[in-house]
Design a protein around this ligand. Structure first.
Ligand code: 5GP
Length: 212
């Protein structure tokens, strides 16, 4: 259940990054299920849809032409090439959620995180998820088994590169247990929501408090 906050809280942007297979998507899904004040930013991608994925829920699956058009028109808050495909964050839904005082969750890579943090430094909170070991990472990638062998091999190589970016993040979690990781992300979110700068309505509240 979400906590109560003074009216007028400024929404924050919670970024979760990790190499594929570190378990970040499971953490993200569970966070969304347990917290009704945060919305997922659904990215656009030019990658092929996996069997279990739903268009409009996991991603908006679009063509390279559509992607190029969106980027040119300024419809993307950030964009990057990852594993040979293009990914980007549609601008409008994010701005709408933030304007209504809601938080937004991003499952994006380090390149996108860098762009978001540069554009909106006050809003962005960066969390990096590490796997407990490389063996576990490979095992999770294989268990998913929705990608071809060569794709898995490429993702493993890229995972090492991605992991060197951990220093660019505000918080780092080693995902040895999904439930424990979820609790950690929830704690980060709770603390970040309580930051004074995110609660401009507190001024009026304290004034009323002191006048009482
Ligand atoms: P996957 O293809 O396994 O769903 O995602 C591959 C990588 O692309 C993941 O690290 C994921 O976080 C990242 N990604 C997904 N959407 C976006 C996006 O909109 N922007 C950026 N920069 N990265 C994204």
């Amino acid at each position: 259940m979400a906590d109560r906050f003074p009216a007028g809280r400024r929404g924050l942007m919670l970024v979760l990054s990790s190499p594929s297979g570190a378990g970040k998507s499971t953490i993200a899904r569970r966070l969304l299920d347990t917290d009704d004040a945060i919305e997922l930013s659904v990215s656009v991608t030019t990658r092929a849809r996996r069997g279990s994925e739903v268009d409009g829920v996991d991603y908006h699956f679009i063509t390279e032409d559509d992607f190029a058009r969106m980027r040119e028109q300024g419809d993307l808050l950030e964009s990057a090439a990852v594993h040979g495909n293009y990914y980007g964050t549609p601008r409008k839904p994010v701005e709408a959620h933030l304007a209504s005082g809601r938080d937004v969750l991003f499952d994006i890579d380090w390149q996108g995180t860098e762009q978001l943090a540069a554009a909106m430094p006050e809003e962005v909170v960066r969390v990096f998820v590490l796997p407990p070991s490389m063996a576990e990472l490979e095992e999770r990638l294989r268990r998913r088994a929705e990608d071809a062998d060569e794709v898995i091999a490429r993702r493993l190589t890229n995972a090492r590169e991605e992991m060197t970016r951990w220093r660019d993040y505000d918080y780092v979690i080693v995902n040895d247990d999904v439930q424990r990781s979820l609790k950690r992300v929830q704690s980060i979110l709770t603390a970040e929501r309580l930051k004074r700068v995110r609660n401009p309505a507190l001024g009026d509240f304290v004034e009323a408090l002191l006048a009482g």
